[in-house]
Design a protein around this ligand. Structure first.
Ligand code: FAD
Length: 404
């Protein structure tokens, strides 16, 4: 029989969401003991994981900024954050263009773009400087509900963890959730996303672009200037059968095809970084909570990457969950109880369902007569998250089934 380790909260998965939640909760409740369990090895120099190759530009909304600010992370992130001053939505082959600008009264821009690897290394660095523990090379292989706690059997056979609450945030292909029998509905969309950074011949002026074409969506986010070069982060979705040709194309051919689809509104594309591509699946968990466990992040809802909303939605979930844990803890109530977790579920489900449904399959946006889909088509997917008043109205529409 191995040794037991006891924590208030155990978070499974040290991705963007798991680590954010750990830091948000720690800021609120410094006395809670928190452990993060990560299956990957620590590839380290000292205590800090070396930066990864995640060159994606992650668009963060104003709400996300606020949440990260409260968690004490924004001051560092802001240094490399590129403000989004306007959002430009267009439709290849159709004249209509929607443009949403930051209003002169706005103190803040519409959102910010931060490179994935910078966001991840900032989160991990803050984690390593806190008293939150992190165990690398560890997985949870079973969870046994006991009175007032859960016993987590780890892949390290000599160690069991005892916790009041387990937060499962090990990503869209969560082994932990599937081992515990959570039912997650996933959908392969027959599309691939190609990701790269593109060099521009002129300044991007803080414009985030979304361009709908017959064969997919092109999203370009403004990045900070690097060594005097102007860059944008590209996510380009294509039907899987067409993507391969682009993945294998020379840089020159790739840029020609991109320019033909996107036009010249963001200048001339002069260079492209190494490209990454992956098959797009979306998923949504039918259950969000169980006694002493809750799903957070991509395991709960894996959204279409072009929507640029997965992390934003998860940060709002994380902030709400941290608040619920904090309130219960301060009132000496059990924060792992089903009743407490169910209240959190009720608070978040509606927004999660609507955003997941709306961004789940972009194809209907091209053909639908449905009001809400046309609204999305015309205003673009980013706008929903980056213009809070639109999200509020969208959610209101979803509740009441009527236009605002
Ligand atoms: C191309 C692209 C662009 C995007 N752009 C945006 C954007 O602009 N704005 C936005 O808001 N969102 C965006 N997103 C979505 C965002 O990246 C995700 O929502 C977010 O990264 C999800 O984080 P996560 O921590 O839930 O999952 P993951 O990042 O998958 O992290 C899961 C972690 O769990 C670990 N793990 C896996 N299995 C186990 C196990 N069994 N035990 C322990 N640990 C385990 C993994 O190693 C990993 O560290 C984008 C996504 C893509 C793909």
């Amino acid at each position: 029989m191995g040794r037991d380790f006891a924590f208030d909260v155990v978070i499974v998965g040290a991705g963007l969401v798991g680590v954010s939640f750990a830091l948000i909760l720690k800021k609120k409740e410094p006395d809670l003991s928190i452990l993060v369990v990560e299956s990957n090895k620590l590839i380290s120099s000292g205590k800090i994981a070396v930066p990864d190759s995640d060159i994606r530009g992650i668009a963060l909304s104003r709400d996300s900024k606020k949440i990260l600010q409260i968690a004490g992370l924004w001051t560092v992130l802001e240094k490399s954050a590129t403000p989004i001053e306007s959002i430009h939505v267009s439709d290849k082959g159709h004249p209509g263009i929607a443009r949403l600008n930051r209003s002169p009264d706005d103190i803040d821009p519409l959102g910010y773009v931060v490179e994935g690897r910078y966001l991840r290394s900032t989160l991990r660095k803050n984690l390593s400087q806190s008293d939150i523990q992190i165990w690398y090379s560890t997985e949870i292989i079973d969870a046994l509900i006991e009175k007032d706690r859960v016993r987590l059997v780890t892949s390290n056979t000599k160690t069991d963890i005892i916790a009041k609450l387990m937060v499962i945030s090990d990503g869209a292909y969560s082994k932990t959730a599937s081992k515990l029998g959570f039912c997650i509905k996933s959908k392969a969309l027959g599309q691939k996303a190609i990701i790269a950074n593109v060099t521009l011949d002129r300044k991007h002026r803080g414009i985030a672009y979304e361009r709908f074409t017959q064969s997919g969506v092109v999203a370009m986010l403004p990045l900070s200037t690097s060594m005097g070069q102007f860059k944008a982060s590209l996510v380009w979705t294509r039907p899987s059968e067409c993507a391969l040709r682009l993945e294998k194309a020379t840089d020159g051919l790739f840029l020609d095809e991109l320019q033909a689809q996107f036009g010249y509104r963001n200048g001339i594309f002069t260079d492209v970084s190494a490209r990454a591509s992956f098959v797009i699946t979306t998923s949504f968990s039918e259950e969000m909570i169980r006694a002493r466990s809750v799903l957070l992040g991509n395991v709960a809802h894996n959204l279409h990457p072009v929507a640029g909303q997965g992390l934003n939605l998860s940060l709002r979930d994380a902030a709400k969950l941290a608040e619920a844990v904090s309130l219960a803890s301060n009132a000496n109530r059990d924060f792992g109880s089903v009743s407490m977790l169910d209240q959190y579920r009720k608070d978040r489900l509606h927004e999660q369902q609507l955003i997941a449904a709306f961004t789940g399959n972009l194809q209907p946006l091209f053909s639908s007569k449905n009001f809400i889909l046309r609204l999305g088509r015309n205003l673009g997917l980013f706008s929903l998250d980056f213009v809070p008043v639109l999200r509020e109205k969208f959610l209101h529409f979803g509740i009441n089934g009527r236009a605002f």
